[in-house]
Structures are given as structure tokens and as C-alpha cells.
Design a protein around this ligand. Structure first.
Ligand SMILES: [Cu+2]
Length: 342
């Protein structure tokens, strides 16, 4: 009984979404995942029925009375009569044909799902987002045919509800896999190869995704949020992201900016509108507007940010951010500055 309960809980854990940030393949939020969830349920019910039918049949054969068979001498027990023999043959042939037919039905359903998942690609709407896997964070670039409209961010993708968005997946190092279960299946991100997929959210929400291909030490701390918002809210966000970073307006944040620009931070991080143009770490131009720190390992709060800058290796061991010893008088202004970058 206890094992059954534990197994049920584990199973539920696979599917149930955690809090407001949903992550579930069978709670679809868009047409792609709806197709995939439909296929999943079709497989589930088909295979469950077969399993139950086999179990019932087995129980029936085990419990029914074998008339007279016990009295027969051992040698002839295994020599069935010609009628029994032909009945057995017919049953085996029937089951074999049924198995082949069922496998074909599942195959056709699966190919059909693949086809309907790719259909969204025919609707072009102009929004293309490049997602590049890095050990262990997501580089996000909003593409545009006008180069002045291209911008970078990290670990968070905003999309307008009801519009298809093309995701172009790439990798900077090893193979990663982009998987936001409420919106789509897994798509591998392969070095020097571009993979594409189309996602669409039909209801607003925050959909959590995570790297689905083991990519090294911090693979488990490589998550991404897809935030689906109504068109007008999305446009506000988009326009704000296009802007360079806000200039610091108070003495404290001005001091914080100087701390950032005078340290090694600039070799790895970009803050558009300043001299910091590093490309080895997440773009920080609008860092203060994001939900999480270090691929959403911890929520983006001042306390967590201070802990991260002081000792990134204890929060996410092995990650590629350098530990930089800062005097305590510099840390607080630096935190204030980064959080002011909305
Ligand atoms: Cu990864």
C-alpha cells in the first residue's frame, strides 16, 4: 500500500505543475503541445486497455477449472486434440494480426501528430527568437531584418499570446535541449547547426522549461521561463528591451555602475549603452526586469544577487562566472545598479 502511494506521488510529480510556473506536458497551452498531449493520451488509453485485457484473460485462464485434465496421464497432457490445436492456432494468429494493426494505428497517429506539429511553420508572423544553449544558461536573441531592432537577453523569453513564434536553436558548446513542456516537445540544440521549431501560447502564463539533454555539471540548474502575455503587454516589454540600459540616476547607482565598469565584469557581460560588451555571460542590459538569477537557479532579489556576485561558485558550483573580490563598500552600490536596470 505504501509503495503504491509513493509510486502514485512520484507519477503525479512528473505531470503536476509547480505553483504558478507551469511545467507539464499534459496541460497544453498551445496547439503544438495540444497535439503532443493528445497523442500521449491516445497511447495511454490504448495501452492501458491492452494491459487490462491481458490481465483479465490471464486471471481467467488461471482460475477456470481444467475439466478432467488432472486425471489424464502426464504424457498426453501436452498433446491437445486436433480441434483444440486449430483453436489455439486461430487465437495466436488473431492476436498477432491485432498486434500488428494496433502498432500501425499508433505509428499513423504518431506520424500524424508530427505533421500537425510542423504545420504552424506555414503561418509567418515575423517573430523569430534565437535560443543558444551555453553551459549553463540560455542566450536569447530577438531577431529582426532591421539590425537596429535586434537585442539580446537571457534565460527568459517573452511571447505574445496567440501568435506563432519561431525558435531557432543553437549551441555555443555541447548539445543542450530546449524543452518547455506546456508549449512543445524537446528540441536539441546542436553546436554549429540550427534547429527550428514553432511555439504558440493560447493563454497567458509563465511556462517553465529546462535543458533536457545532459550537458555537464550544472545541467539541472539550466532553466528558462517563457512568459506569454497579451499583445499590448508584450509590445511594452519588447520596446523596453530595445532601449539601451537606463543611466544611473542616484549617486549610489552611479557608484555601482563605476564598480561594474572598472572590474572584470565587462569582459564577460554586456550592458548596452555602456562600454561593457563582454559576450561570455548573460546580457545584463535589463537584468533588473528578469525573474531569476543564473538560469533561474534562484529568484532575482537583492539578497540573492549579493550572494551570487560574492560567491557564484557556492550557489552554482562549477559555473563559468569568475569570483571577484569586491570591497563591501562596492558590493551594495553594484547590487543597486544592476537591479535598477529594468
Ligand atoms: Cu544544457
Amino acid at each position: 500500500m505504501r509503495t503504491a502511494r509513493v509510486a502514485l506521488m512520484l507519477l503525479a510529480g512528473l505531470f503536476v505543475s509547480c505553483g504558478t510556473h507551469q511545467q507539464s506536458a499534459i496541460d497544453p497551452a498551445g496547439p503544438q503541445s495540444e497535439n503532443i498531449a493528445g497523442l500521449w493520451w491516445f497511447f495511454f488509453w490504448t495501452l492501458t486497455s491492452i494491459f487490462l485485457a491481458v490481465m483479465v484473460f490471464m486471471l481467467w485462464t488461471l482460475t477456470r477449472r481444467h475439466r478432467g485434465i488432472e486425471q489424464e496421464p502426464l504424457e498426453i497432457r501436452h498433446a491437445p486434440s486436433p480441434e483444440t490445436e486449430s483453436r489455439i492456432n486461430r487465437t495466436v494468429a488473431g492476436c498477432t494480426i491485432a498486434t500488428v494493426v494496433i502498432l500501425f494505428v499508433l505509428l499513423i497517429a504518431s506520424v500524424g501528430t508530427g505533421k500537425s506539429v510542423s504545420e504552424l511553420a506555414n503561418k509567418n508572423n515575423g517573430l523569430t527568437v534565437d535560443v543558444t544553449g551555453n553551459e549553463w544558461w540560455w542566450h536569447i536573441r530577438y531577431q529582426n531584418s532591421d539590425a537596429s531592432m535586434v537585442f539580446d537577453t537571457a534565460n527568459e523569453i517573452h511571447i505574445p499570446v496567440g501568435r506563432p513564434v519561431q525558435i531557432r536553436g543553437m549551441s555555443q558548446d555541447v548539445i543542450h535541449s530546449f524543452w518547455v513542456p506546456n508549449l512543445h516537445g524537446k528540441r536539441d540544440l546542436i553546436p554549429s547547426h540550427v534547429t527550428t521549431e514553432w511555439i504558440q501560447a493560447d493563454r497567458p502564463g509563465i511556462y517553465r522549461g529546462q535543458c533536457a539533454e545532459f550537458c555537464g555539471l550544472q545541467h539541472a540548474h539550466m532553466s528558462v521561463y517563457v512568459i506569454a502575455e497579451p499583445e499590448s503587454k508584450f509590445q511594452d516589454w519588447y520596446n523596453a528591451q530595445l532601449e539601451p540600459a537606463a543611466s544611473p540616476s542616484t549617486p549610489v547607482t552611479q557608484h555601482g555602475q563605476q564598480v561594474f565598469l572598472n572590474n572584470a565584469c565587462i569582459f564577460c557581460h554586456q550592458i548596452r549603452g555602456t562600454t561593457a560588451g563582454g559576450q561570455n555571460g548573460p546580457d545584463l542590459t535589463h537584468f533588473g526586469s528578469r525573474m531569476g538569477i543564473a538560469a533561474n537557479t534562484v529568484p532575482n532579489t537583492k539578497g540573492n544577487l549579493g550572494g551570487w556576485i560574492l560567491d557564484p561558485q557556492s550557489m552554482k558550483p562549477g559555473n563559468h562566472m569568475a569570483t571577484i573580490a569586491l570591497p563591501s563598500t562596492d558590493l551594495q552600490p553594484l547590487i543597486e545598479y544592476l537591479e535598477s536596470l529594468k
